[in-house]
Design a protein around this ligand. Structure first.
Ligand code: FAD
Length: 301
């Protein structure tokens, strides 16, 4: 728990974040980040596509408090959408509302998102709204509610550690949903803290959406959960067109390839860009062993 808290506080440190941006993807971050520009990202996506794996692309960045930066992020995401289309890549977009100005002003963020979703809709590209910490949960759902009056190319994420996710998955069952355990540190009055409780709720939410909902993205590196899902879909005659597995770029590559070769739909979350610090630190919080992977990359150049 001490290590977890240590990395979480590092992940939110503004000074370290700006230093990381300045000095690029040194220290091994490149292992889990698909490049710093659109060309490198497209190359990584094409490589995945070659193995029968699709991608969800994240232009890294979050917790933006300056309007100019949020507008630049919006323009960059639109460039990413165009690059996906022009390169005929099998990919869609993942984005974080706080990168598009949710902490600045709700309507400002809504307008930025509208522009992105509109362009993506013209190219028939899906947009997934990543879910952040609990302080942004309700406003993110509000954005989705408003945008879905006009667009149907959007979906979001349900985090299994929240008590309220059981209600949310019922409310959003007509959406394409990614289901995850949850990556932020949340208080015990609103979220399960114990791995056993989170895993139990995670399985319940996955099963609910597989049986009653639209397309389900099961996003986990946990082979126990993956094996459970494989058994569950078989027993319930759920076809492979109804769901996919997702993992993060650079993690458990062998398992990613294996699942794809078994004929499961597989989608890799592909983060790219210079704003990699918060994302990178959260991966260390989740699994301190990840530091081995990262150090090995840093010193084997
Ligand atoms: P963990 O609970 O980290 O691990 C369980 C077990 O799996 C481990 O004990 C180990 O046995 C095995 N394992 C895990 N990783 C490895 C590894 N690298 N190598 C070998 N064995 C391993 N969170 C959010 O809050 N919002 C989001 O929008 C969001 N989007 C996500 C999108 C994707 C595609 C993914 C994969 C995750 C996302 N997350 C998101 C993060 C998620 O909530 C979890 O924090 C993260 O995935 C860690 O949980 P886990 O299910 O992978 O397994």
């Amino acid at each position: 728990m001490l290590i977890k808290n240590f990395f979480i506080s590092l992940s939110q440190n503004q000074l370290l974040n700006s230093l990381a941006k300045k000095y690029g993807t040194k220290l091994g971050a490149r292992t889990i980040i698909a490049g710093t520009n659109i060309e490198e990202m497209i190359q990584s996506v094409k490589e995945l596509n070659h193995h029968g794996i699709s991608a969800t692309v994240d232009n890294l960045g979050e917790f933006v408090f300056v309007k100019k930066e949020a507008i630049e992020a919006k323009k960059q995401i639109i460039r990413v959408i165009e690059a996906i289309y022009n390169n005929n890549a099998d990919a869609h977009i993942s984005l974080k509302p706080t990168q598009l100005g949710l902490d600045i002003n709700y309507d400002f963020c809504l307008n930025n998102l509208k522009e992105i979703v509109e362009v993506a809709s013209n190219y028939n590209i899906f947009i997934n709204f990543d879910m952040e910490d609990n302080s942004h949960l309700q406003s993110s759902f509000d954005l989705i509610d408003e945008l879905s009056n006009e667009y149907n190319n959007i979906g979001t994420v349900i985090q299994a550690y929240f008590f309220q996710s059981e209600d949310n998955i019922k409310k959003y069952k007509n959406y394409r949903l990614r289901i995850v355990k949850g990556a932020y540190k949340e208080p015990e009055n609103i979220a399960y803290q114990d791995k056993k409780d989170i895993d139990r709720n995670f399985i319940q939410l996955i099963e609910y959406h597989l049986l009653n909902g639209k397309y389900t993205s099961i996003a986990t590196h946990d082979h126990h959960i993956i094996n459970h899902v494989k058994k569950f879909v078989k027993e319930n005659n759920i076809t492979k067109e109804k769901f996919e597995f997702q993992m993060l770029y650079g993690f458990r590559k062998d398992l990613q390839l294996q699942l794809a070769s078994e004929g499961f739909h597989f989608c890799t979350y592909v983060p790219f860009g210079s704003d990699w610090y918060g994302y990178f630190m959260r991966r260390l919080v989740e699994r301190p062993e990840n530091i081995n992977l990262i150090f090995r990359q840093a010193f084997n150049k």
